[in-house]
Design a protein around this ligand. Structure first.
Ligand SMILES: [Zn+2]
Length: 192
């Protein structure tokens, strides 16, 4: 009985985290270096950032496929052979898809950390004229886009994972897998 439970949970965890692997790995490959500021310093609002956000959005969307694989394979095998591991794979795949479709707080579907509106707002900041001080220097900090000169807040949105090579080791990687690219601070809870 215990064996069965362990097999089920293994299958569940595997297919829950499988769709999160591409985002955790691909943007951090040397060949994918988007010329961003090193982690975890504030990221300047420039064309490299906008390009990186577009790449991250593509990877995040494409990794839906990685949730479908265990779902479909699990379904096919379960037709002929009910096994705990396969059942775990099947449930985990379905769960992974639901967690990415159903919005967590606000109503944006799918529940992506790299929405079109977010990328649009960042790009507007990049091309727009900034007049907060004599020497405007916008950068995305953990909780908001602020001018590095006068600390004026230009966009009160927490920063999602930018796919930069992390220096916080296994803790950072584990956190990234749990958050699936979403910022560690939920939207709307940031004090302006
Ligand atoms: Zn300023």
């Amino acid at each position: 009985m215990l064996d069965e439970v362990i097999l089920f949970v293994s299958g569940l965890i595997f297919s829950l985290f499988l769709p999160r692997l591409p985002l955790a790995i691909i943007p951090r490959l040397r060949a994918m270096d988007g010329q961003l500021a090193p982690f975890p310093s504030p990221q300047p609002i420039d064309q490299h950032l906008v390009a990186q956000l577009l790449i991250l959005r593509t990877i995040w969307n494409a990794s839906f496929l990685f949730a479908l694989i265990p779902l479909i394979i699990g379904f096919i095998i379960l037709q002929s052979q009910p096994a705990s591991l396969i059942f775990g794979l099947f449930i985990g795949g379905g769960w992974a898809i639901l967690s990415r479709i159903i919005p967590s707080e606000d109503f944006k579907i799918p529940n992506t950390p790299y929405s079109n509106s977010l990328i649009h707002q960042v790009n507007e900041l990049r091309i727009g004229e900034v007049t907060c001080c004599d020497n405007p220097d916008l950068a995305w900090e953990v909780t908001a886009v602020r001018c590095q000169e006068c600390r004026n807040c230009h966009l009160s949105l927490p920063r999602p994972d930018l796919g930069r090579v992390r220096t916080d080791g296994w803790v950072g990687r584990f956190r990234l897998m749990l958050l699936d690219g979403h910022p560690i601070i939920a939207e709307g809870k940031v004090k302006k």
